[in-house]
Design a protein around this ligand. Structure first.
Ligand SMILES: NC(=O)c1ccc[n+]([C@@H]2O[C@H](COP(=O)([O-])OP(=O)(O)OC[C@H]3O[C@@H](n4cnc5c(N)ncnc54)[C@H](O)[C@@H]3O)[C@@H](O)[C@H]2O)c1
Length: 477
């Protein structure tokens, strides 16, 4: 700690605690003050190993949907660091939008990912943001062709495919970052900093909750792209692999055993109210009182419209939204879907260092984000994605701090920045996670799903060998 930090910390401590009465004032610190108080890094994101990039990293965007566009936006905001030079996207509107946004030549706009790899390598890297079931093949093809990769999670839909990718990354030595964006959220960065400094002593156990928020659940996992675990991936992988990754990161140990309970309790045919219809637009008698009314969510409230690819001209929206509600799954009754994803589940984990973690994913809540309780040998921490309270067991003194964060925890572009640095410097130690640990977080999720389906306690077998993976051979140059 520098002299300046020491003096500021003393002043802060004095102002926080009235020593005579031993009463704590209810001050909520900013992270800078918190860092100064305990001698921690005041900027959890600054990395002295980052350099000024002399030539932007060039990348091909594979899948220009919701996530792909967010990552590609980094290039628009930071043209000296990243340049998107090609796109592969079957949806014409999205392809044209990417062409326009990144000023791409028509020859570099492809309708399918395979077309990218038929050509000789023509960029430094690829961004793979295709649907869950379409990660493995482009990823393997990109590794074969010598590209570095920003790979959306889940790495792959099966354990075997994850291991196959890990094997190929190891063999080729390419830089591969998996989009575990929560590692780049101030909330988890600051929590990690505090835990690593052992301000609450040794971690004993963790309780961690992922509240999905009921409309978000209905949008993505009842009506939306991940409604069916067999057509996409099980929710514990699709949604909660972020959490298995974060918990594993915080405890800094491999998971040994995992156990999971969970089921689909509410969004089923049996719960369809009397008077409800196949679609909210079919004259449903309970539409006005239903919290999942598609007419309310999409048409009246204009929420979550990114799935409809609406034009810029807002005067056309109502007609187009209504058309979508009459023709796509987003207008169907949430109780009459072909969904199978659990709407609540709990995962118990035992790590090799003896720490236990209890995780629960909850759909039936009015809020979202993450809620965390960490139990330590000298104190505990309670956090809710916006603030933390840390209590010391001996003194009973509490320190609270607050953070500024955005909708996705503030992580998306910070993740891209680290990946760009890693590619530019050809140094994968600049990434927050290794591919081995990312795969491990997925193995925890696969083990949880096995446990849920088989009612077993499952071992997380990190070192297992690949058995056999059937993949279509697709790219021939
Ligand atoms: N890291 C996170 O926090 C996070 C959040 C949401 C989604 N995801 C993951 O990101 C991925 C993409 O999700 P999304 O919400 O952006 O979906 P999306 O449907 O908006 O985007 C996927 C895009 O891939 C395109 N595509 C389909 N087939 C293709 C092909 N053959 N070649 C090239 N492109 C093709 C689709 O047309 C679509 O535009 C998924 O795997 C999802 O699970 C990650």
């Amino acid at each position: 700690m520098s002299l300046r930090q020491f003096i500021t910390a003393r002043k802060l401590l004095r102002s926080l605690f009235d020593v005579k009465k031993n009463v704590q004032k209810s001050a909520i610190l900013k992270w800078r003050e918190m860092a100064s108080l305990f001698g921690l890094h005041d900027n959890v994101f600054s990395n002295p190993r980052h350099i000024k990039i002399s030539k932007p990293v060039t990348a091909i965007l594979i899948g220009a949907g919701h996530r792909g566009s967010i990552y590609a936006d980094y290039a628009i905001q930071n043209p000296n660091e990243l340049k998107i030079i090609a796109v592969a996207e079957p949806n014409g509107g999205r392809r044209r939008r990417a062409k326009l946004n990144h000023q791409l030549s028509i020859n570099n706009c492809f309708e399918d990912w395979k077309a990218v790899f038929i050509k000789e390598k023509f960029a430094d890297a690829v961004i793979i943001a295709t649907p869950d079931m379409l990660h493995t093949q482009p990823c393997l093809a990109a590794l074969d062709a010598g590209y570095d990769i920003l790979l959306e999670k889940p790495i792959a839909p099966t354990e075997e495919e994850c291991r196959l990718i890990l094997e190929k990354v190891t063999a080729t030595g390419r830089i591969v970052a998996v989009c575990h964006v929560l590692r780049y959220a101030p909330y988890f960065r600051q929590l990690k900093e505090v835990l690593d400094a052992e301000l609450i002593g040794k971690i004993i156990s963790i309780q961690h909750m992922e509240p999905i928020e009921q409309v978000h659940m209905s949008h993505s996992y009842v009506r939306g792209k991940w409604k069916n675990s067999k057509l996409a991936t099980p929710i514990v992988l699709a949604k909660s692999c972020h959490d298995t990754d974060i918990i594993r990161w915080l405890v800094n140990s491999q998971a040994h055993d995992v156990h999971c309970f969970g089921n689909l309790r509410w969004f089923t045919n049996a719960n369809a109210p009397e008077g409800s219809t196949e679609r909210c637009t079919d004259g449903c008698l309970v539409e006005k009182s239903c919290p999942y009314s598609a007419l309310q969510i999409y048409l009246r409230d204009k929420k979550r419209l990114y799935v409809f690819d609406l034009p810029v001209d807002k005067s056309k929206w109502d007609k187009l939204i209504l058309e979508n509600l009459k023709t796509t799954d987003y207008g169907r009754c949430v109780y009459r879907m072909d969904n199978d994803q659990p709407d609540h589940l709990t995962v118990n984990m035992l790590f090799e260092n003896g720490i236990t973690a209890a995780f629960s994913m909850e759909a039936h809540v009015s809020y979202q984000g993450r809620i965390t309780r960490i139990m330590g040998s000298k104190g505990d921490i309670v956090g809710d994605m916006e603030s933390f309270v840390m209590t010391d067991f001996k003194t009973r003194k509490k320190v609270s701090w607050k953070m500024v964060t955005d909708e996705h925890g503030g992580g998306d572009h910070r993740l891209v920045r680290d990946w760009v640095q890693a590619v530019a410097q050809q140094d994968n130690t600049l990434l927050s996670s290794t591919i081995e640990v990312s795969v491990e977080s997925h193995l925890m999720a696969f083990a949880a799903e096995r446990s849920r389906l088989n009612r077993t306690i499952e071992e997380v077998k990190i070192g297992s060998k690949i058995v056999a993976v059937q993949l279509e051979t697709v790219v021939e140059r």
